[in-house]
Design a binder for this molecule. Structure first.
Ligand SMILES: [Cu+2]
Length: 266
């Protein structure tokens, strides 16, 4: 386990002004990284939780170590790429999901989607023309069906986990949920093994917290995927987040705070 500060490579803020007044101001950015590494066979997984100065929390996992390979023969190239004289790098996926039990400003949280809809209005400077003006839409996703986003479905631009309180401008407090990467189809749903990783159907699924469902999977699932020890479920209500992500390359789940539209559009 290690904890360190890391320069993020982008400024926390900067501005160069040459409109009327002339000045420059800027501030370097660093984040606090909490890292642990798990070595499983040939792989070393580097697990990071990154805490940013703006309040964002990022969970990230990267795989390093040695690649999985097998002896190259026969139709091996149908199952991977050649990486040595007699060596095949075999195609496979690493499927990882994060189950997050998140309380934001208390335990009575809701899931809210913000997006844009377009409305046609007359252009004030050119009345014979119309312009399409974006308008903010806000929807409370109040059932687990509405809060489960299938892998290839459209998601609202902004999804946030809202507290039952408001900031001084009257906007609901909350944390924006941002999910960065997916592997694609995890297994065909008709497969009898699929039930062991059925969370892979979703980019994000938010469910009501249940004391009897502390984890989204089990270490035994991979040993007997046909009768898995733990299966995901969707019932009714809302509270627990099950963002999922799968690495072949580094993956990240970003949880960012929102304080209203100002944050969202900045
Ligand atoms: Cu691998």
């Amino acid at each position: 386990m290690c904890i360190f500060e890391q320069n993020t490579g982008s400024p926390l803020r900067r501005h160069y002004s040459n409109l009327q007044s002339l000045y420059y101001g800027g501030l370097t950015n660093s984040a606090l990284v909490l890292r642990s590494i798990a070595t499983l066979g040939n792989y070393d997984y580097v697990w990071d939780f990154v805490f940013y100065q703006n309040g964002a929390i990022e969970a990230k996992v990267q795989a390093t170590g040695y690649m999985t390979s097998s002896f190259l023969y026969g139709d091996g190239l149908d199952y991977g790429n050649r990486v040595g004289d007699h060596t095949l790098g075999t195609v496979h996926t690493h499927s990882i999901n994060y189950k997050v039990d998140l309380d934001v400003g208390g335990m009575t949280n809701t899931l809210v989607a913000h997006d844009m809809a377009f409305e046609s209005v007359q252009a004030p400077w050119s009345p014979e023309h119309q312009i399409q003006r974006p308008r903010l839409t806000k929807t409370v996703l109040d059932t687990e069906d509405k809060a489960a986003f299938r892998l290839h479905s459209n998601m609202p631009r902004y999804i946030y986990f809202a507290a039952n309180s408001k900031n001084k401008w009257g906007h609901q407090r909350g944390y924006r949920i941002q999910i960065v990467s997916f592997t694609g189809e995890h297994l065909p749903e008709a497969s009898l093994m699929e039930r062991a990783i059925s969370w892979g159907r979703y980019k994000l699924a938010v469910t009501k917290r249940k004391e009897e469902e502390p984890t989204s999977s089990s270490i035994y699932n991979q040993n007997d995927p046909w009768t898995p020890t733990v299966r995901g479920s969707l019932a009714g209500g809302i509270r627990r987040l099950w963002p999922r992500c799968c690495p072949q390359t580094p993956v990240t789940l970003l949880v960012c705070p929102v304080c209203g539209p100002k944050w969202m559009f900045s």
